[in-house]
Design a binder for this molecule. Structure first.
Ligand SMILES: NC(=O)CC[C@H](N)C(=O)O
Length: 306
């Protein structure tokens, strides 16, 4: 396994087109695009790393996997009254479907869906309390208490968050929100700004690769059925309008973030985190996707077979 990921990292270093770093969140535009990291965590506790696997990056939309898990834990299946379970086929920050579909976002991984999930989790509490709960959960599954929010990124998102504010206000206009829009947005911007490295992220995803149980601690995080369903959503919706392409090339449930990270789950086999900040035109990590494609080709881990 170490040879496989060392080889992938070496090949990535040779790529001339590493994609473009996100610039609509100014703080993310400062990140150097020539960085690459990959970590593969196995349910038996082994972890394999290549590249700058200790460098922290902004997990952005990957946080939506953790907030979805929390929301399901708090409110169970009733969350599906507020958020759908279908791929959107539209960009992550699109507003168009909301008008035709009574303010109900297609899925929990597009921005509108994740903002609705933030509202669901808050249950009348302040953003600070909700964020403490989200962080506590991420630290628990990553088995690492040092994980924190990057306040600079959160502020940067807030200052340039007109599109997300539009989505939130538009949904609120249908009477769906239970908390003030500004508080929901504050929660959303901050959970997107959690900073992690690939080692922490791969470890955090292990419960999804291991039937809902964190193999490092032995704690059941969620039921096996719920883990299966979250993986299904990641496969269908985790890369927005690039989800079909990701399934075609990589063949794993995966969730991308505009910070250049991807969390991919090979059920029963591994949790994989990859980071390379340069993005493709859809907003998914260019080299991250390529690295995962190489990995599934070499390991036969695609859920669709060799
Ligand atoms: N694709 C992403 O990672 C988007 C998340 C980012 N925080 C946003 O709201 O735009």
């Amino acid at each position: 396994m170490q040879n496989i990921i060392d080889d992938i990292a070496a090949q990535m270093a040779l790529m001339s087109d590493k994609g473009k770093v996100a610039s609509y969140i100014p703080q993310l535009a400062c990140v150097k695009s020539d960085q690459f990291a990959m970590s593969i965590a196995l349910p038996n506790g082994e972890i394999y790393n290549a590249g700058c696997a200790q460098t922290l990056f902004s997990i952005q939309s990957i946080s939506k996997v953790f907030t979805l898990t929390l929301a399901l834990g708090k409110l169970g299946e009733s969350i599906w009254n507020r958020v759908g379970r279908e791929p959107s086929g539209d960009p992550f920050n699109s507003i168009v479907q909301l008008e035709h579909e009574q303010g109900k976002p297609r899925n929990p991984f597009i921005n509108a869906g994740a903002i609705a999930i933030a509202d669901i989790i808050m249950q009348g509490h302040q953003p600070k309390e909700t964020l403490a709960e989200i962080l506590q959960f991420v630290r628990f599954v990553a088995n690492d208490d040092s994980i924190a929010i990057d306040e600079k990124v959160a502020r940067s998102e807030h200052e340039t968050g007109d599109r997300n504010a539009s989505l939130a206000h538009f949904m609120a206009s249908f009477g769906h929100f239970q908390n003030p829009v500004s508080a929901v947005l504050g929660t959303y911007f901050h959970h997107c700004s959690i900073a992690m490295n690939t080692m922490q992220l791969a470890t955090a995803g292990l419960y999804l690769a291991n039937n809902g149980i964190n193999p490092l601690t032995g704690y059941p995080v969620i039921s096996a059925k719920r883990a299966k369903r979250i993986n299904a959503l990641m496969l269908m919706c985790g890369h927005y309008d690039g989800s079909g392409e990701f399934a075609f090339r990589v063949g794993l449930p995966g969730k991308s973030g505009v910070g250049g990270g991807i969390l991919a789950i090979a059920p029963g086999k591994a949790s994989i985190a990859v980071w390379s900040p340069g993005l493709d035109t859809i907003g998914n990590s260019k080299l991250g996707t390529l690295a995962l494609e190489m990995l599934t080709q070499q390991t036969g881990w695609s859920v669709f077979g060799d």
